[in-house]
Each structure stands twice: as structure tokens, then as C-alpha cells.
Design a protein around this ligand. Structure first.
Ligand SMILES: [Zn+2]
Length: 169
């Protein structure tokens, strides 16, 4: 795809996009931003199809049933947000799934130590949670884990919450 677009971008002819690529009829030569946009659009569509049809990633899909560009996290926050969204964090629930924790429950609460437990319930993080709640309220984001993790605007707040709480992720 990229090679074809590159070759076409230097030609003096016009062409129609390859089958499955949905953008307006393009007249070459393409400038850089047109080509970038066409490639981005194509790759995103391919990714979305794969995302919809793949049977893996159910934890992530519970938060994001479809791919939305606006839901993609800020790059610098990716490690924390991605871990929380995918369920691959060092909380006992996940550690139990990979066989390195006996039962997956929180040592203080005796219930499953999930990301929802971390953000919404566990008394160990009471102070950091109150700051998070206040900040989310300022942004009109409801205090509900899927909504928090779905929001790009909340990403920085989640990072702060994790840092202040001292949670191991
Ligand atoms: Zn707990």
C-alpha cells in the first residue's frame, strides 16, 4: 500500500484508491499531508477490522467496543493507561491469572484486586481517590472506571492518581 502510494505520488496521472480504501478520488502528485492522511486512514481501517474480528482482548474491548481515534492515549501516558485498559497490571487479580498470586484478592479487602477495585473501591487509596474524584468532577467525567479509562482528558489524572496512590502497576 505504502509503496503503491509512493509510486503514484510521483506520477502525473490520476488514480482511484485500492479496493477497501475509502477516501476521495485522488489526483497525483500527492503532497506529503495527503499521502500521510491516506495511509493513516487505510491503516486505521485495517486495524479497526482486525479489532472487530479478533477474539482476543476482551478486557480492553469491554472498555472500548470500537476503536476511536480520540480514545487513543497521550503517548507519554501509554504505559500506565495501556496496562489499566488491557488488564495487564501488577494487581493481584492479574497476577493470579498468570499464576503468580494464589487467589487474586486484595490483601486488605479480601475481594478481587482489579483495576475497578484500585480506582473505585480500595480504602488503601482513599486520599488519592478523593483528589481524582474532585478533578474528574471538574471535567464532568463520571467516576466509573470504564469511562475514566476511555477519556483522553482523564489520562493525566489517572497517571497522577497512580503516582499518588503508590499502587504497583
Ligand atoms: Zn482493597
Amino acid at each position: 500500500m505504502a509503496d503503491k502510494l509512493a509510486k503514484l505520488s510521483t506520477a502525473e496521472t490520476s488514480f482511484s484508491p485500492p479496493q477497501g480504501v475509502h477516501y476521495k478520488h485522488v489526483t497525483t502528485p500527492l503532497n506529503f499531508s495527503d499521502m500521510f492522511f491516506a495511509l493513516y486512514q487505510h491503516c486505521f481501517q485495517e486495524w479497526d477490522i482486525q479489532y472487530q474480528t479478533d477474539i482476543r482482548g476482551n478486557a480492553y474491548k469491554a472498555i472500548f467496543p470500537t476503536l476511536l481515534r480520540s480514545s487513543l492515549p497521550i503517548r507519554s501516558l501509554c504505559p500506565i493507561i495501556v496496562r489499566l485498559r488491557t488488564g495487564h497490571y501488577k494487581l493481584n487479580h492479574h497476577l493470579s491469572r498468570i499464576g503468580v498470586h494464589p487467589d487474586g484478592v486484595c490483601g486488605q479487602c479480601e475481594i478481587s484486586e482489579t483495576v475497578e477495585h484500585l480506582i473505585e473501591v480500595c480504602p488503601k487509596y482513599f486520599t488519592a481517590r478523593n483528589r481524582l474524584k474532585f478533578a474528574l468532577n471538574q471535567l464532568c467525567i463520571s467516576f466509573h472506571t470504564p469511562e475514566i479509562l476511555r477519556s483522553t482528558a482523564a489520562a493525566k489524572l489517572v497517571e497522577t492518581f497512580v503516582r499518588e496512590s503508590g499502587a504497583r502497576l
